[in-house]
Design a protein around this ligand. Structure first.
Ligand SMILES: NC(=O)c1ccc[n+]([C@@H]2O[C@H](COP(=O)([O-])OP(=O)(O)OC[C@H]3O[C@@H](n4cnc5c(N)ncnc54)[C@H](O)[C@@H]3O)[C@@H](O)[C@H]2O)c1
Length: 372
């Protein structure tokens, strides 16, 4: 993916009137973000309740066919081509973009549907939530997030410029990718994780009554995506069949090899297989940028601190750390203990100060440890 240079001004080339087709989570969030920077937003949806809700939240007003400078098609992937075509046939938008989580398939469908490809820039904001609908919309959903622009050779400079300006106006960082590269990357980074999360969560009902209560933060983290909307995800997975199938097969083969080793291999071989798997996983995770649009950062030192479950504990901890002039890079979730009225919070700091921070915390009476 290629980051784009910063715009001369965030408002450069920004359409003043934007129409949004599909006023659910993404469409209404775009409306909220654009309204905040003074863009007039008009909304439509096949479900009038979503328009009403989005309008009540301040995302725009009902689109009754007025002409707009730019239309954003924020409907499920399978409906993108038809909605683009409808907007163009009505002649109500100068340029258009979409936000679908897959790109190649809607482009192929747009060709078949007779969409004017010059007036359209395929795009995808990499930001979202498990819960869909206008009720979940947020004005800052796209802040500092990547917005992938996938122009095709036909895409006009005007359509590309309007889409880039819109992404920046929503607070996002636009990058460029080809549709095929986008879909390959999303299969690994978004689509397969959704599948795995759903399958992991689906195993929970097989446990005995009461056992699900033993689920720790790991299970909660790994299954967060299982709350996503099945209708939308059918459209996404169906729209990216080949790349998702290839990644699903690779994962199935890796799981099969692990299961075979656990069933039949010697202790030394199991250790080798598990160590290899874990090390490749750690290396992959270390490549994640800390922030959208940035390169992978050096690893942090993680310091865990036990907090009693009473008011003021977190404030006291952060005050102490602030007084020692230690900069916190990140704060992990608070993990409650099931056994005691306490929990653990993990703090990320520069690796070279982690050991000293643990020593100072212990000296000050906290229970603390250093996790490498
Ligand atoms: N949910 C995410 O995390 C996320 C993130 C990035 C991109 N996307 C993409 O954004 C698009 C919208 O997803 P969402 O999460 O906002 O879903 P959503 O269900 O919250 O909203 C989609 C809306 O489109 C409406 N709609 C469906 N067909 C329509 C049609 N033919 N004409 C007009 N309206 C129609 C639905 O009634 C619904 O209100 C999808 O293409 C999705 O792939 C989703």
């Amino acid at each position: 993916m290629t980051p784009l240079p910063s715009a001369a001004s965030p408002a450069a080339g920004l359409p003043r009137r934007v129409g949004v087709v599909g006023s659910g989570l993404i469409g209404a969030s775009i409306g909220l973000a654009l309204r905040r920077v003074g863009v007039e937003v008009l909304l439509r949806d096949t479900d009038p309740e979503q328009v009403k809700l989005a309008e009540a939240m301040g995302a725009g007003s009902v689109w009754q066919g007025e002409r707009v400078e730019h239309a954003v098609v924020a409907v499920p992937p399978h409906a993108v081509a038809a909605e683009l075509r409808a907007v163009q046939v009505a002649g109500i938008a100068a340029t258009a973009s979409d936000v679908a989580s897959v790109k190649s398939r809607p482009i192929a469908e747009a060709v078949v549907a007779g969409v004017d490809l010059t007036a359209w820039c395929p795009a995808h904001p990499i930001a979202g939530r498990e819960r869909g609908g206008a009720a979940s919309a947020q004005a800052d959903l796209f802040a500092e997030r990547t917005w992938v622009l996938c122009p095709i050779p036909h895409t006009s400079a005007a359509a590309l410029a309007a889409t880039e300006a819109l992404a920046r106006a929503c607070g996002a960082l636009p990058v460029r990718a080809t549709p095929a590269r986008h879909d390959e990357a999303m299969a690994a980074l978004s689509h397969l994780p959704q599948v795995v999360s759903s399958l992991l969560a689906a195993a929970a009902p097989d446990l005995r009554p009461g056992e699900v209560a033993l689920a720790g933060q790991g299970f909660r983290d790994a299954t967060r995506l299982a709350e996503s909307d099945p209708t939308l995800w059918s459209s996404i997975l169906e729209g990216n069949r080949g790349p998702v199938a290839a990644h699903a097969r690779r994962l199935a083969a890796e799981l099969g090899a692990l299961a075979d080793a656990l069933d039949h291999a010697s202790e030394a071989s199991v250790t080798k297989v598990v160590t290899g798997m874990m090390e490749r996983g750690r290396a992959g995770r270390a490549q994640l940028p800390r922030k959208a649009g940035t390169q992978a950062a050096r690893p942090w030192g993680w310091v865990g601190v036990v907090l009693d479950d009473r008011p003021g504990q977190l404030a006291a901890l952060l005050t102490a750390i602030g007084e020692w002039q230690v900069n916190l890079e990140d704060i992990g979730p608070f993990e409650h203990s099931l056994e005691a009225p306490a929990g653990v919070i993990e703090l990320a700091v520069a690796p070279e100060v982690a050991g000293e921070l643990v020593d100072r915390l212990i000296a000050a009476g906290w229970v603390a440890y250093h996790r490498s």
